[in-house]
Design a protein around this ligand. Sequence first.
Ligand SMILES: Nc1ncnc2c1ncn2[C@@H]1O[C@H](COP(=O)(O)OP(=O)(O)O)[C@@H](O)[C@H]1O
Ligand SMILES: O=C(O)C1=C[C@@H](OP(=O)(O)O)[C@@H](O)[C@H](O)C1
Ligand SMILES: [Mg+2]
Length: 165
Amino acid sequence: MRAIYLTGFMGSGKTTIAEKLSFELTIPTIDTDDHIEEVTGKAIPDIFASEGEEAFRKYETQSLESIPNKNIIISTGGGIILKEQNREFMKKHGIVIYLHCDPEEILKRLEGDSSRPLLKGDNRKAKVESIFSERLPLYREAHFEIDTTNRSISEIADEIQDIIG
Ligand SMILES: Nc1ncnc2c1ncn2[C@@H]1O[C@H](COP(=O)(O)OP(=O)(O)O)[C@@H](O)[C@H]1O
Ligand SMILES: O=C(O)C1=C[C@@H](OP(=O)(O)O)[C@@H](O)[C@H](O)C1
Ligand SMILES: [Mg+2]
């Protein structure tokens, strides 16, 4: 089986759904953020704080390209689609599934979360809305799109299983 790449905004459920699918299908899963943390020995917020976003994006591409791409479910970081190189890599090596979620629900799901450096500080709503609208056309380059808004993790996992057969 070709790799399944889950893409989508922060809080769309990529990491959670990949773990569920991995359990149900008994195939491995890797999260690009976890991979970066293992390789660098640093937490994601520390990389952003000490080396900046550009350095993080380099690690992200290196992770994407070094993770196996057969018989695996890969949950990506929300910004992986920013680079054309990454979008092309995922489309070439696997099935790309975009997990859509309305910004309003993203804000609810991430209330109190402090692990996402791009949403740090005041005016989270404006931040989510502006990053979301910038990225939406890039997310939509995926092979498939699933709306996760107001849907349970089980329903979403079942829909992905239908897609991949
Ligand atoms: N379909 C869903 N319904 C409600 N909460 C969800 C759903 N999917 C994920 N969550 C919750 O949203 C938060 C972010 O999920 P996560 O899997 O880390 O998203 P991502 O990896 O896309 O940033 C977690 O607290 C998770 O439990
Ligand atoms: O959207 C982004 O640019 C980011 C999303 C995060 O992953 P999740 O999408 O799993 O939250 C993580 O890679 C980093 O904080 C940057
Ligand atoms: Mg994640």
